[in-house]
Write a protein that binds this ligand. Structure first.
Ligand code: NAP
Length: 334
């Protein structure tokens, strides 16, 4: 019988500065056999995320780097082909850290079933890491009160688009910051933000003054750098800053000197707190049904940017880092 082949995208080189397609390699190897307690999954969608840039580097972080020659780490959603775990059967749809590959063997305990009734790929955005990050970052770290002004950076992206809509559900005023007029239009027209700011073309400080006359009560920071500097100057007394990501710094060979504006925390008696969505894993069961209900009711809209073919995963990753993604960046496997 012919050996079934698995195409995988591996890390070929550690990037210096902005990554290149040649930092990745497409390799073939036989599809693995699941051992006791393991499950063989055929992936349908791969996730493409900013944190993968950190895994390509050996710099100290909250997780180990991907080794050269290893498959790129990523979440994926797919279908169980064979299961040696009684909790899963062939045909079940599951989500897990399966990597950029067509087939993965995973321990059953590391998988969760995709939310039934929702589109499969939603388990990689609204009903996955993006939605969960938005939920816990906003509600637990940002602690919004009705009437608060919530400002979100990278507001049109996978996480940001959910944060703005959760802020509206919480009775807040939502102001999004994104790159380019098309994204800013989407913020208001699709995601219900009250105002959008184009950080590439506008004076962010002046635009924030107009959009947040009473200051910023909650800042959900996805980018860091000069955008964050401008928001810090507009904080309201007692503001909360949920430090989710710092994507403006991820590809710099010499990160900018930061934090630059800690004095603002004193002036405004504000609190800045970093968080990791994985620390809330024990509470995903609380958030997912609520996110699923809001998605089904149409209270959470979303956009996804789908590229087809595993060989194009590196291209999808680079366009996301360049800000060319229109919503959650995914790779669909054919
Ligand atoms: P995303 O927003 O869908 O895509 C990344 C976006 O970042 C790009 O579309 C671009 O949007 C923006 N960007 C890229 N380079 C930038 C720069 N130099 N300055 C400002 N903005 C830049 O990605 P995502 O998956 O939703 O992730 C958003 C953030 O959340 C990232 O920082 C990520 O690391 C973080 N995150 C954190 C956790 C956690 O547990 N803490 C979990 C998931 C994600 P514009 O065109 O609008 O600039």
């Amino acid at each position: 019988m012919a050996v079934r082949l698995n195409r995988r995208v591996t890390l070929a080189a550690r990037p210096v500065g902005f990554p290149k397609e040649s930092d990745f390699a497409l390799v073939e190897s036989p599809v693995g056999e699941p051992g006791p307690g393991e499950v063989l999954v055929r992936a349908h969608y791969l996730s493409v995320d900013p944190y993968q840039r950190g895994r390509m580097s050996e710099a100290r972080s909250y997780a180990r780097p991907v080794e050269l020659g290893d498959v790129m780490t990523s979440q994926a959603v797919g279908e169980v082909v064979e299961s040696n775990d009684p909790r899963f059967a062939a045909g079940d749809h599951v989500v897990g850290q399966l990597g950029w590959q067509e087939y993965a063997v995973a321990r059953g305990g590391t998988l969760r079933k995709a939310v039934p009734g929702a589109p499969l790929q939603a388990s990689l955005h609204v009903l996955g890491t993006n939605g969960l990050t938005a939920y816990f970052g906003l509600f637990d770290v940002g602690r919004p009160q009705p009437g608060d002004t919530v400002v979100v950076s990278a507001a049109a992206g996978g996480v940001g688009q959910v944060v703005g809509q959760l802020a509206k559900i919480a009775g807040c005023r939502a102001v999004g910051i994104a790159g380019g007029p098309e994204k800013v239009r989407t913020l208001v027209e699709t995601f219900g933000y009250d105002a959008g700011i184009d950080y590439e073309r506008e004076d962010v400080s002046a635009a924030l003054k107009d959009a947040c006359p009473d200051g910023v009560n909650v800042y959900f920071d996805n980018v860091g750098g000069s955008v964050t500097d401008a928001v810090f100057r507009r904080l309201a007394i007692g503001a909360r800053i949920a430090v989710c990501g710092q994507i403006s710094q991820y590809n710099l060979e010499q990160p900018e000197l930061a934090p630059r504006n800690l004095g603002a925390l004193i002036v405004y008696r504000a609190r800045a707190e970093g968080f990791l969505v994985s620390d809330y894993a024990h509470r995903f069961g609380e958030a997912l049904p609520r996110l699923a209900r809001w998605l089904a009711d149409g209270r959470i809209a979303h956009t996804e940017d789908v590229i087809e073919g595993i060989e194009r995963a590196p291209e999808a990753f680079l366009r996301m880092l360049r800000g060319e993604n229109r919503g959650k960046q995914l790779v669909q496997l054919l």
